[in-house]
Design a protein around this ligand. Structure first.
Ligand code: GLN
Length: 446
């Protein structure tokens, strides 16, 4: 009991200090133990800002979204009801626009209300899938390297993770060298497997799976009636060299078991808008709508309305063609620059990212030099070579990339030690400045 003689200010101070004590000893729920490490993308973005580095780390564009998208958002907000809750599962205008755009791509007449669900970012879409469809202890198989959010969502949702490595043949120096080992897929999948996550174009390698490669996966998947395939296609708009973006859901017999995941943030260069969506059969999609109704209730109304209008404008103006061409030119700019510096790139066939080889001795962080981010010294990832190279480049070369070992399960990380991922979804001036700084850094170390 508080003494009656305390002034109200003193009573407030006492209450605050009691609260601070109990909060400082509070235990997080055990489910947080597996996901509590620092987020590699957020950490390196913060480091880039702190050290004045060109940020080729986190996969967000440094250029502006198309004018028609920004204008559509401004316009959307002038309608009063567009500032209020929208339908859980997706604003009706957006799901209709998506049904119109994707029906020909999926070769079927998509039902806007039951075969499409929206989410606040594709990352939340992955979470909705895990929440709605993966039971406690069920297995999520992730092709690796992977976007680490799959693994964190699966852990938080109570699933178990099995990594399935892409193996590099190293023969062409392009992302086509990364191959999925089909006998290994056969050995990995079992009746306990609930979800297989396949990502094309692939982060971080840039691999674009061919139809034959996807068919080989489908042939194995067919044997497991309980297995759902999550086809992460958020980089679908960035496919290079005239390759075709192939959709797993369009393979014979695969529609019924596939949820395809997309990102308006990636396609329209507005990752901060958090606008994702999923397409699939109604028995897989309506549970996601239900989960969204409980979690965020609904998407962000004016953003969903703006993206609906953007899909129409994009088709009319040839946006998708010019976007793919622009991204390919940016890839070329970065790839050529990295070659000039002596950081041999793995030329990506699609997506936002380019891996490069940092095994040259001028990239070795000097022994005992730190470069392991003191903030994170308890996390085993942060002492690995690729993390230390990324930290050294950020602090001393003033260029930030992402260490790819964060994208592998613990026992498969070694191939990532001499790799670094740079994002080419950046202003040309950022790409050329990054290359200039890397050259200068190399000269200073030779
Ligand atoms: N997918 C993005 C990347 O790989 C990051 C997304 C995020 O930071 N949540 O950089």
């Amino acid at each position: 009991m508080l003494s009656k003689s305390l002034t109200s200010a003193a009573r407030g101070t006492l209450l605050m200090s009691t609260l601070a004590r109990s909060l400082s000893t509070i235990q997080t729920a055990p489910r947080m133990d597996l996901v509590s490490g620092p987020n590699v993308f957020a950490s390196f973005s913060q480091q880039a800002t702190k050290h004045g580095a060109v940020n080729l780390g986190q996969g967000f564009p440094s250029f502006a979204p198309p004018d028609f998208l920004v204008e559509a958002a401004q316009e959307a907000m002038t309608t009063p009801l567009n500032n209020q809750y929208t339908r859980p599962g997706g604003n009706p205008q957006l799901v209709q626009a998506l049904a119109d755009y994707y029906s020909p791509k999926f070769g079927r007449n998509l039902d806007a209300m039951t075969e499409i669900a929206t989410s606040t970012g594709a990352q939340e879409g992955i979470w909705l899938i895990i929440m709605a469809l993966v039971g406690e202890g069920e297995e999520v198989v992730c092709v690796e390297p992977y976007f680490d959010a799959y693994v964190k969502a699966a852990h938080l949702g109570g699933g178990t993770i099995t990594g399935l490595p892409l193996r590099s043949t190293g023969s062409t120096g392009t992302s086509a060298d990364f191959e999925l080992d089909i006998p290994e897929l056969e050995k990995t999948l079992s009746d306990k497997s609930r979800v297989l996550i396949l990502n094309t174009p692939h982060n971080p390698t840039g691999k674009v799976f061919s139809r034959d490669e996807l068919q080989a996966v489908a042939d194995v998947v067919k044997k497991y009636p309980n297995l759902i395939v999550v086809a992460d296609e958020v980089y679908e708009a960035a496919v290079f060299e005239g390759l075709t973006h192939e959709r797993f859901a369009t393979l014979d017999g695969m529609w019924e078991r596939t949820i395809s995941v997309f990102s308006a943030g990636k396609t329209f260069s507005c990752t901060g808008w958090r606008c994702g969506y999923m397409i699939g059969p109604s028995n897989l999609i309506t549970p996601l709508q239900g989960a969204q109704g409980v979690i965020a209730f609904a998407g962000v109304t004016p953003i969903e309305v703006a993206v609906a209008s953007a899909f129409k404008k994009a088709e009319e103006t040839g946006y998708f063609e010019s976007y793919a061409k622009m991204m390919e030119e940016k890839r070329d700019l970065l790839v050529n620059g990295l070659r000039d510096v002596g950081l041999e790139p793995v030329v990506p066939q699609g997506g936002y990212f380019t891996l490069c080889d940092t095994s040259a001795s001028w990239c070795d962080p000097p022994a005992g030099s730190g470069y392991s981010s003191p903030e994170h010294e308890t996390d085993p990832l942060w002492g690995r070579r690729d993390f230390r190279v990324a930290q050294m480049f950020t602090e001393d070369a003033k260029v930030t990339g992402i260490p790819p070992s964060a994208s592998y399960s613990p026992h498969n990380r070694d191939p990532a030690d001499n790799l670094l991922r740079f994002a080419h979804c950046k202003e040309d001036s950022d790409l050329t400045e990054a290359v200039r700084r890397l050259k200068e850094f190399k000269a200073s170390r030779s």
